[in-house]
Design a protein around this ligand. Sequence first.
Ligand code: PGA
Length: 244
Amino acid sequence: MKVRIFDTPEAVASALAERVADALAARPSLVLGLPTGRTPIAAYAELRRLHTAGRADFSRASTFNLDEFAGIPALHAGSFRAFMDRHLFGAVNLPPARIHFLDGAADDLDAECARYEAAIEAAGGLDLQMLGIGANGHIGFNEPGDELAARTHRVRLADTTRRDNAPLFGGDPANVPREALSMGMGTILKAAEIVLIATGERKAQCVERAIGGPVTTRLPASFLQLHPRVELYLDRAAASRLRP
Ligand code: PGA
């Protein structure tokens, strides 16, 4: 894995936004995989800025988000779709028909997962997947466990994950859905290129284990070691446990 270390979280965000803008310039029909979470917010702000400056054209691009809560409609303020509308989609020229999202309100959630997996294939696969990482090493809603589902699947959310997402649901973890849908690690590893961002001391240990530890379902991010084209953009705090 290729590691790039930046002085500040802001520098990580602008490097990621530049990376995406460069990928769009090289391939206007880019198929881009997108994460939610606190870390990418600054990168999305930077991408909006690059778009306004005429340096990030999404008019021919397609996007696939990593995951979504189950049991709530896309219009719910706590949905990841609403998060993306706020932070990116509402401010760039991405055609709505090429924004792809898991529908957490689908009647048949297993069929919805299969539909999404097929839609990624039909788009020609993901060219560039942006990722965050949980402090426990999760990727998307692929949580540490005895086994991992390879493809897009339903997930029962851990209490810790529901607590982490409470700010999207009025601050009360009880309001956070109990289930979600997520791309699997196999779906993610089929992307041609992957860029993972991590900032802050809280991520230092999982970053160290993801890069240098064994590949294990106990740390889903460790599976990224199996991919030939992964870059990690880290600030100094997130990189603080890596050997120089
Ligand atoms: P965070 O989440 O950016 O809010 O830390 C990252 C993740 O859980 O993937």
